[in-house]
Design a protein around this ligand. Sequence first.
Ligand code: ADP
Ligand code: MG
Length: 348
Amino acid sequence: VQAFSDTIIQNMPSGLIIADKEHNIKSMNRAARQILGREPDFLFPVWVEMISQLTEPSTVISRDIDLELKGSNTKRLEVTASLIEEDQVQRVLFLIKDLTQVHELQQQVETNKRLAAIGKLAAGVAHEIRNPLSSIKGLATYFARRYGNNQADAQTAGILIGEVDRINRSVTQLPEFSKPMAVKRQPVDIDMMIAHSLKLVAHDLETKNIESTVVNSSREGQLHTDPDRMNQVFLNLYINAIEAMTENGCLQILIRDSDSRKHIEIEVKDNGAGMDSSTAEKIFDPYFTTRSAGTGLGLSIVHRIIENLNGTIHVDSVPGQGTSFIIRLPRMIETEQPEGLERKDGQR
Ligand code: ADP
Ligand code: MG
């Protein structure tokens, strides 16, 4: 029985740590070692604090904890602590679950929801603005004709027409956010795609004396994606990176396989100003910008494109050190079901 329960504890998918009330770690299972990346010599301070709240046997407390682990990003853990007593000896049992991926997914869902809501609003606003705009343009055209013999007046009316057209153009782009975006996939050579996009910012890189390097460790030469849309993505990321860097910066593009080569990861990394987490949460929102000349549209468009290419994008940033945007794209897209067709199992 002892051997059997040892095997269960060693192989259970949750991390398990047993400590005494003096905060010494007595034992831990394999999953705990895996989640923490190593065997800690002592309990983390938050955990010690949890122990102090366990006053009576069989009390259970649970907390979500963000843990900064050496050599990896912050992990979100669910830690449940309970007090067990046997032969008058009290022990604390910690159960840990790694919620990092779940947490990231939740954040992505939040962002997507927010963008969808903004898209709906934008479509409504655009519609309301276009009607009065066409009256204004009609009147301006009328005045341009009526005062056509006075050059200054005709010019003023001309400016009015031009500006109305400009508003119309921007407003027309707004509902783009709520409609599905058209993408045209084709086989694309990854190295060529990156080289082409870098060429477009070569001048900006040179002016600021920024070095760019590409490291491709993927074993796949090709990707099935929309090269024009991806170009748009890279340009936006490069321009932001260049903005964030001072002279002699370094722009890195790192390409690698992930998920047994089902996906490709492309990382665009700079060593610029970086941003704090409250900024990083909002960068994909349309119109969010910290730059006086910014529109705040770049990254929201990037987000939409990647979403439409069935990929994901996320940001890792450290203020003062730099920023990484990590794009994950499926290498191949399975042919989509024609709309409205019933699936074999009866589900739509
Ligand atoms: P814009 O460039 O017009 O400000 P974006 O949507 O492209 O709009 O970016 C939004 C904001 O995200 C920027 O104003 C900036 O604060 C932040 N940002 C984007 N990329 C980077 C980066 N590489 N380094 C630091 N901050 C960045
Ligand atoms: Mg930008």
